[in-house]
Write a new protein. Structure first.
Length: 193
């Protein structure tokens, strides 16, 4: 272990997991979560589902990390609030969209947000080739003839994508506000057990 790694402390367990496994796990989590959420719409609606999801996440985070609330300036609170608005807005717009259009169409259209961030952050021509291929995939997968012709549902899925793009940008800003942090909010906002 180099002196740099020794100074940083132990490496997170996620570093031992191959990135492909992490991506596949994240994709499965998103899809399973969306499927479960859609099954709750008849009982509590999209807004109630978002509320339940955020409350459950808060309970889990409180149990795992026990937050400290002192010692943070106004900028930290504004950044945390922006992150929360992005997260809640993304979920509410997405759940409202998939109440109206098929799940696959909603997920595909929502991906326009991260794709836009990739285009805006591109530094090489080859990046644009890959982004163009991803955009073509979105168009091919969207299959708007398969029930995705609800204009409001499509607009809500695209709004969810915009919130997803904002979520990414706010997360980057939070990482920059916390030099040396490898995972936000665990090292920026929350203290370990």
């Amino acid at each position: 272990m180099s002196a740099t790694h020794a100074a940083e402390g132990p490496r997170p367990a996620a570093d031992a997991v191959p990135p492909t496994v992490l991506v596949l796990g994240a994709v499965m989590s998103v899809q399973l979560g969306a499927s479960l959420a859609k099954s709750l719409f008849d009982e509590v609606g999209p807004g109630g589902t978002v509320l339940l999801r955020i409350l459950l996440a808060a309970v889990v985070l409180l149990a795992l990390w026990r937050p400290t609330v002192r010692g943070h300036g106004r900028a930290d609170w504004v950044l945390l609030g922006a992150f929360g608005v992005c997260l809640a807005g993304m979920n509410f717009a997405f759940y409202s969209a998939i109440e109206r259009i098929p799940l696959g169409v909603g997920v595909t259209l929502e991906f326009v947000g991260p794709l836009a961030v990739a285009v805006a952050g591109s530094r090489r021509a080859l990046d644009l080739v890959w982004v163009s291929l991803a955009a073509a995939g979105i168009v091919l997968l969207a299959d708007l003839s398969g029930g995705g012709d609800d204009g409001v549902g499509v607009a809500l899925a695209l709004l969810a994508g915009a919130f997803w793009a904002a979520y990414i940008l706010v997360a980057v800003r939070a990482g920059q506000a916390s030099p040396g942090a490898t995972a936000w909010p665990s090292r920026w906002w929350w203290r370990g057990p």
